[in-house]
Design a protein around this ligand. Structure first.
Ligand code: TYD
Ligand code: MG
Length: 461
């Protein structure tokens, strides 16, 4: 057991354990992220070498009912959780500092409490008075939520054991510390031990816990990534600074679909739900302008229309600018290359700016065609026909590839008053597919045909 007492060096970014200090983590490549931590030693009660007990074995099929779920009444949150909060589950809510995690959770706790759950909010970051002040701002001061400002996890667990609430919020897990772990609060060792204690408490006592974790880039405190595997559900709260929209995204969910998103808007009196995000992201659209294209996308299980904007301007730089916000810049380079190689539309000597309106992030390959449309439209200074949506994937050969959930995309576009859709030909209609009434489909097999269709509008106009 001597090996156990050797120092170990843990990467504060990815949690990889190293025997000696290195300038660069071998696991994730982060620089200057290794910190020496005392190894976890076996507690006094453990008996190494003793024989284990036989564990119970059972079958896959069971007569147990599906897990009990509590709904908060905040539809956006309930959907992201997979239809409500599962009893005795552990949820991790990650996000940048200041993005609105505490605000969201205070509102959610109040909503759960209003539905009859016994809720406890433990703040390790703010004093009770500060949380009360926020509650007053949100108009929730009368909500039956019990509050504690504490960071000592031993005391918190003892309290939870006697109080037995239905739901506990730990804001944030990085501030919690256990006296049995000999490293500073916020370190990987503390974070892991604290999360482990809380998650096993949740399972043992049937209490749901929500852990808040700050995403950190500078490696000063361990990020929530190192505890993602311990919890049942990982949610990230994200948004662009300067935009009021916030997206709650399920990255992992043992009780529901991952990739589901909920949309909120940060207002002066807290977060407001946005049940119809397409209408919101498109609200600034006036008459069709060159370089602006509406993309019919799917976020999680929900269709969502977003506006993709491009600007193409002559460059005075030897290496023209490629600036992308809300999309993958590698994807832009690929699309530019395919346009040049397969369609003869060159962007050399031009600065290209690409942006998703409203602070949204689009990661679907189905956005390719909309990006190409925005680029061509901006370059040729020709607007697409009004009320047109675009979606489809571009392959390197210049062929257009059909994408999933065609009908859902078309239906959402139809609902918002769009009348034309430009899309790849040959999409396999789903079994119960019905043509969307009033929607004119312009199906195209390759990118060259697509470019012609857009430029045709220029010739005609
Ligand atoms: P907060 O929930 O404290 O963020 P986190 O817990 O993720 O660090 O939210 C911080 C920001 O939210 C802060 O900049 C102010 C803003 N805010 C509003 O705009 N309106 C509100 O009603 C509240 C409570 C906060
Ligand atoms: Mg906070």
């Amino acid at each position: 057991m001597a090996r156990n007492n050797q120092p170990q060096f843990i990467c504060q970014e990815c949690g990889a354990v190293h025997r000696k200090w290195l300038g660069r983590c071998e696991g994730c490549g982060a620089w200057d992220a290794l910190v020496e931590e005392a190894p976890l030693t076996a507690g006094p009660g453990s008996s190494a070498g003793a024989r284990g007990r036989k564990v119970m074995l059972s079958t896959l099929d069971s007569a147990e009912p599906p897990p009990e779920r509590a709904r908060s009444g905040l539809a956006e949150l309930d959907r992201v959780l997979g239809g409500g909060l599962v009893a005795a589950s552990a949820v991790l809510l990650g996000g940048d500092p200041g993005i609105g995690k505490s605000t969201l959770l205070l509102q959610a706790t109040a909503a759960f409490a209003a539905c009859g759950l016994d809720c406890l909010y433990v703040s390790g970051e703010e004093a009770a008075a500060q949380v009360r002040l926020r509650a007053a701002r949100l108009g929730l001061e009368k909500a039956p939520v019990r509050l504690a400002a504490e960071t000592n996890l031993r005391d918190i667990l003892a309290t939870l054991d006697t109080e037995r609430p239905d739901l506990v919020i730990i804001d944030s897990i990085q501030t919690m510390w256990l006296d049995s772990v000999a490293s500073a609060p916020g370190s990987v060792a503390q974070l892991r031990a604290a999360a482990h204690e809380l998650v096993s408490f949740a399972k043992r006592r049937g209490v749901s816990v929500v852990l808040v974790g700050h995403v950190t880039k500078d490696g000063q405190i361990a990020g929530p990534r190192v505890i993602e595997h311990m919890v049942d559900c990982v949610l990230y709260f994200e948004g662009e600074r300067g935009h009021q929209f916030r997206l709650l995204r399920a990255v992992k969910n043992r009780f529901g679909p991952a990739g589901e998103i909920g949309v909120f808007e940060m207002t002066g009196s807290g977060l407001a739900e946005v049940p119809d995000p397409s209408a919101l992201f498109l609200s600034e659209r006036g008459r069709p302008a060159p370089g602006s294209v509406v993309f019919a996308g799917i976020e999680g299980t929900r269709p969502m229309l977003t506006e993709i904007q491009a600007l193409v301007a002559p460059s005075s730089l030897a290496m023209p600018r490629r600036t992308v916000v809300g999309l993958d810049s590698g994807r832009l380079s690929t699309i530019l290359a395919v346009l040049e190689a397969r369609c003869g539309v060159a962007f050399a000597g031009q600065d290209v700016f690409l942006n998703v309106a409203g602070g949204m992030r689009v990661s679907e390959p189905a956005a390719d065609l909309a990006v190409a449309a925005a680029l061509i439209s901006a370059r040729e200074d020709v607007a697409l026909a009004p009320e047109t949506v675009v979606f489809g994937e571009i392959s390197l050969s210049g062929a257009l590839r059909p994408v999933s959930q065609r009908e859902n995309r078309l239906k959402e576009a139809g609902k918002l008053g769009f009348t034309t859709a430009m899309l790849p030909a040959g999409g396999r209609p789903s079994r119960e597919a019905l043509p969307v009434p009033g929607m004119r489909l312009q199906e195209m097999a390759d990118l060259a045909g697509f470019v012609e269709a857009i430029l045709g509008a220029k010739g005609a106009g």
